[in-house]
Design a protein around this ligand. Structure first.
Ligand SMILES: *Cc1c(COP(=O)(O)O)cnc(C)c1O
Length: 414
């Protein structure tokens, strides 16, 4: 290869003169990938601002793809600023790292997403940040545990695995009354079942909103919708609070891959329809469980008798009969069945796969040892073996047949 043809095949391919015409418009916004971003001049490089989306400085600080996803997530959750992180768990840990320092205390509900508690027990403790666990179903317990060292309170509605629905507006009021940040893990509500920045719908009517300070969301679940992307978001409505978290996020070097951001952008337009479909099928299945003798207790917040049902009604079902819930519920299988029988039931399901997470097209089942997840026994739960179902997009009829066959084979009626 002589020198000039080599130059055509290397430099020529790298610095190619062709620029496609502008103005391309199509349903999907395209995928912009970059570590390096060019500046026309040194002066421009020195002037360009990375913090306010006025331009581009480095891939980690944002691309057209990530900016658009952030803006759409603000719309979804009713917030003003958004940060993207590589997982839902990273959203929870980034909030804590950004807002807490040595000597501070964090409060977590006992039914919080488990790894959030584990992070407080190990990493935060190593940094000299203490935590206490409060009973999400008792606002007075939260008030009692807020001290002058408390800076941040995590909220979750409903709680993980046991699905009890707290009085979220009241817990937020208790935080506000004591001047501590309230951060909601909003993965279940997903911006659809209720509005985290307008919990009582007052802002929608021109009033003052009752709002959490921070909404963290595992986009891994419904926004992805495919069981194939891990991502999280941190949405706020306060520019100063956002900037505090954003600067920590930048220093930690957190970012998301362009193709993953594109996958979530591709899924967002169908999210509300999928959420409704997951919800409708989950309620049909939960209704079936409710009348089975094998079911000691149904844990689905939209069902009368489930712990916190009235709080779900107040927050999500203000116009009765229209309320939404995620396609997720748990069942306490009667204590007369052994764990081995319950495990065999889970193994015997054919359409339901055994696996963590939720929000994708495939229905999932996981037996949980509830006692190992909680600091204190839950008085509102009857004894039994807990099984959590995450309902996919299969036909409800087929899922019911599957439940029936596994039940008959492994959990015989007395
Ligand atoms: C799944 C989940 C998370 C964590 O999300 P990942 O993307 O799996 O890290 C956090 N909170 C809740 C409530 C979740 O369901």
């Amino acid at each position: 290869m002589n020198d000039s043809s080599h130059s055509k095949n290397t430099t020529g391919l790298i610095h190619h003169p062709y620029t496609p015409p502008g103005g391309f418009q199509a349903p999907q916004p395209g995928v912009f990938k970059a570590s390096t971003v060019y500046f026309p001049t040194v002066a421009d490089m020195r002037q360009r601002e990375w913090k306010d989306k006025s331009g581009y400085t480095y891939g980690l600080h944002g691309t057209p793809t990530t900016y658009l996803l952030e803006e759409k997530l603000c719309t979804l959750e009713g917030g003003d600023q958004c940060l993207l992180v590589p997982s839902g768990l990273a959203a929870l840990t980034t909030v804590a790292l950004a807002l807490l320092q040595t000597g501070d205390e964090l409060l977590l509900p006992d039914n919080v997403y488990g790894p959030n508690k584990a992070f407080a027990e190990v990493e935060l403790r190593h940094f000299g940040i203490t935590h206490q666990v409060y009973d999400a179903m008792d606002p007075d317990d939260l008030s009692r545990k807020i001290t002058e060292r408390t800076r941040l309170v995590w909220l979750e509605a409903p709680g993980s695995v046991s699905m009890e629905f707290c009085d979220l507006p009241e817990l937020v009021r208790r935080c506000q009354a004591r001047g501590v940040w309230s951060a909601l893990d909003n993965t279940w509500g997903a911006g659809l079942a209720f509005q985290p920045f307008d919990l009582l719908g007052q802002a929608a009517q021109g009033g003052t909103a009752l709002a959490v300070d921070i909404s963290a969301h595992a986009l891994t679940k419904y926004p992805s919708g495919g069981g194939d992307v891990l991502m999280g978001s941190i949405v706020t409505r306060d520019p100063a609070l956002h900037m505090k978290i954003k600067l920590c996020h930048m220093r930690l070097g957190l970012g998301v891959a362009a193709n993953d951001a594109e996958t979530v952008l591709r899924s967002l337009p169908s999210m509300a329809l999928r959420y409704q479909a997951h919800d409708a099928t989950a309620r049909r299945l939960a209704k079936w469980w409710q009348v089975q003798a094998q079911c000691a207790q149904l844990l689905h917040p939209a069902f009368a008798g489930a712990p916190g049902h009235a709080h779900w009604q107040a927050l999500c079902d203000a116009a009765p009969g229209t309320g939404l819930a995620a396609g997720l519920f748990s069942v306490l299988i009667d204590a007369r069945y052994s764990q081995a029988q319950v495990d065999a039931f889970c193994n015997g399901l054919k359409l339901f796969k055994i696996g963590f997470s939720w929000g994708g097209p495939v229905s999932l089942v996981v037996p949980y040892d509830l006692a190992s997840l909680r600091k204190r026994p839950s008085a509102h739960l009857v004894p039994g073996s807990l099984v959590r179902f995450s309902i996919g997009l299969e036909s409800a009829h087929d899922l019911l047949l599957d439940l029936n066959q596994a039940m008959q084979a492994h959990l015989p009626a007395a």
